[in-house]
Design a protein around this ligand. Structure first.
Ligand code: CP
Length: 307
């Protein structure tokens, strides 16, 4: 079903494909936890091209490749590749495509994922394209929701923070709409979800409320997805300084939220979730980051036909 496919954005998936990814990830999770030496992708080579900083996405992809018995070659920064000499993205991808079986790329430019995929014969995975999309994050987010809540439907989900620049919420919003969940968007006015995304989600049947009242939103939410104010997307540092710290989720706020609320965050966090929340049992953000390994193993195995 997914063999040979590029992974560009979350609008591309059917419910059947998502079921397959979730079930394959669960299978890999069990096999890894059982201590199995997995060889599904033995003999294959994967390129991880990271032209923007990353901890979780790059290292979980690299771990996934290693856990699948394949090998990985990495560009860990734009400065360490010939992009620094002015090479075009298209030329870089056409070159790397001749070396490997899969290309994974993170790049600061929105829309770069499609350009890269168009220049590769082998399957391509978008690991974040500027303020565009981060589909593999959204896949691990729904894997986490399924594990934490037992179902992917029937929830009210609050997204809070930098909804304008946060590619993770752009991606996850489409999955939440697909599964029929209600969404509440909480942000400063300057960082609201882009109108074209909100309109598109509503056209797809999503129920969406927009507010600046986080406390009220949390009183009716089953899940809160907290995001960092994306400093690297601001042209004017003074504007970032004005908006940082707009919303802080702390233990006192969680104690007044709907009972059993699950707290997600793609990480890294700066100060938008206080550390006094970390020992709340519904604080799932580190479990969420760990789930990325199994979901990325599933994706790699499925698109190479090795699941
Ligand atoms: N969630 C996420 O993309 O984290 P990194 O930037 O560390 O990869």
């Amino acid at each position: 079903m997914l063999k040979g496919k590029d992974i560009i954005n979350t609008t591309q998936f059917s419910l059947q494909e998502l079921d397959l990814i979730m079930n394959t990830a669960a299978n890999f999770e069990k096999r890894v936890k059982d201590g199995e030496v997995i060889k599904n992708m033995e003999g294959q080579v994967v390129a991880a091209l990271f032209f923007e900083p990353s901890t979780r996405t790059r290292l979980s992809f690299e771990t996934a490749v290693n856990r699948l018995g394949a090998r990985v070659i990495t560009v860990a920064s734009a400065a360490s590749s010939s992009a620094a000499k002015g090479e075009s993205l298209a030329d870089t991808i056409r070159t790397v495509d001749g070396y490997v079986d899969v290309i994974i790329m993170r790049h600061p430019m929105k829309g770069s994922a499609q350009i890269a995929a168009d220049n590769a014969v082998h399957p391509f995975i978008n690991a974040g394209d500027g303020s565009g999309q981060h589909p593999t994050q959204a896949l691990l987010d729904i894997y986490t929701i399924r594990k934490e809540k037992g179902a992917l439907s029937g929830h009210t989900v609050t997204f809070v923070g930098d909804l304008k620049n946060g590619r993770t919420v752009h991606s996850l919003g489409y999955f939440m709409a697909l599964y029929g969940n209600k969404m509440i968007f909480v942000s400063p006015k300057a960082l609201q979800m882009p109108e074209e995304i909100t309109a598109d989600l509503r056209n797809r049947g999503a129920e969406i409320e927009e507010t600046d009242n986080l406390k009220k939103a949390l009183s009716v939410s089953d899940i809160v997805y907290v995001t960092r104010i994306q400093r690297e997307r601001f042209e004017n540092p003074a504007e970032y300084e004005k908006l940082k710290g707009s919303y802080i989720v702390n233990r006192a706020l969680i104690d007044q939220a709907k009972k059993g609320i699950t707290i997600l965050h793609p990480l890294p966090r700066v100060d938008e979730i206080s550390t006094d929340v970390d020992d709340y049992e519904g604080a799932a953000y580190f479990r969420q980051a760990h789930n990325g390994l199994y979901v990325r193993m599933a994706l790699l195995a499925l698109i190479t036909g090795r699941a």
